[in-house]
Design a protein around this ligand. Sequence first.
Ligand code: HEM
Length: 526
Amino acid sequence: MAMDWFFILQLLMSSVFLLVILCRYRAAAKSKKTRGRSLGMTQWPIVGVIPAIVSNIHRIFEGVTGLLALSHLNYQCRFWFAGFRYFITCDPANVRHIFTSNFENYPKGDVFAQMFDILGGGIFNSDGEKWRRQRTKAQMLMTTPRYRGFVERSTLEKAENSVLPYLAHVAGTAGATCDLQDVFMRWSFDTTSKLVYGVDPGCLAIGLPEVPFARAMDDALRTVFLRHIIPVTIWKAMRRLDVGHERKNAAAQRTADSFVAATIASRRAAHRKHGADKSAADLLSSFICDEEVADDPDADQYIRDMTLNLLVAGRDATSSALSWFFYLLATNPRVEQKLLEELAPIAARKKPTGGGMVAFEAGELKNLLYLHAAVCECLRLYPSLPMEHKAVVARDVLPSGHEVRPGDKILVFNYSMGRMKRVWGPDCREFRPERWISEDGKKLRYVPSNKFVAFNSGPRTCLGKEMVLVQMKVTVAAVAWNFAVEVVPGHVVEPKLSIILHMKNGLLVRVKRRSGNPAAMTSRQQ
Ligand code: HEM
């Protein structure tokens, strides 16, 4: 019961913050005669709009997007009690300033590290020299041709041996439905675990075994999200008292720690017994063999933090991107058709693999413009990290003219950036891969990273970007070519309240094996 009361308290504290944001949104909406676009909140005596806000908390991304559209891409919110000094932005000029030109003034900050305590002292949580050293090391290991080859091979193997057989199994069952988001979360846990630890835990096996680590990560990330909108003093008190989501988070950390510790210990044991495995390309093996890391007195803690950070990055962000991709494809038959037409000439040259299905190698897909454009377009509309958090070291004036001071928190809303007419034009909400391709259809357009923020911008740009593009293209091509995917009618797709843009209700789809030449017949015709 105590847990329920603290959950209600969490919601109320969050709603005070949302109250400020959404009331401002409503006022702006009224003044611009756009009442129809407001969230339709009812005013109650004493509690005002709080009940409406609590029931709308899951719509925070759209609420903030509406607010930013009406307040010229930036919104400053300073509130009287501790922890509420926010600057919210999706302004490309401010993003360039914060992430690149004046990078040193905008670290992630101590509060970020405390909020993401599950990640320990890993790369996501570090600033300054500690971050620089980790980034250099991770970048060195992740950009070798050996590692790239490993990514390409294991992604193709996973598509051929797990994803396609699992979907074929679903297609053969009565109803032929599955939660595609769950499939991709299992897929990405398996593939990232293989790349980081050299072990595929088999989460995508037929029968879909329960994975405590995956559940633990969901609990931890939900807590991190709530920590962004609950005053620091409140969530820290809850952590000390071990109640509500903080209690779940503590349990999640124990689960994650024991999984990672056991994996490191067994790899070290194998390393001691048989010596370095020269053929192993996974990151854990590389860290264990690295002399610089071995000299670190806290080597195990360093490896724990580094690998767990990479695992979290890979599992959650990539599965979110793939889920939204298939949602967009299922609801945009025109794009699906063009994608299949682009794949058709390659498929025609290939021999079908097991079960008569076709999987594509990374090298075969790397020059496909439409596939690349569609993946970027998906991430523009549904960036896996919907917002990013920055601290302020010294007083500064942003290109938008806003002043920020030490102690302010900056929230960059990646989700809103892709939905701003003044950034992406009047059709910004449409899924239109063509916007990424030059008019003559021969090359990709250059889009600066302060406008396409899905992979971050500046010195902290995502280290997994190239690898993710390979993984997404191989998986998208294999699934889209062999299966018609349709969202089950009536299933509501909406973002979940989380630090990663997962879908609240999953993605319930009906899966059908394609036959003949899929490019000649779209899913809706089959
Ligand atoms: C669709 C998938 C992905 C997206 C959209 C994405 C996006 C991002 C974003 C927005 C950041 C900045 C986060 C922050 O500063 O708080 C980031 C950082 C990072 N990403 Fe990714 N990411 C994806 C997948 C991956 C994968 C698969 C890996 C590697 C396993 C990876 C490795 C990293 C690392 C190491 C950083 C930290 C960089 C630094 O702080 O210097 N990412 N990513």
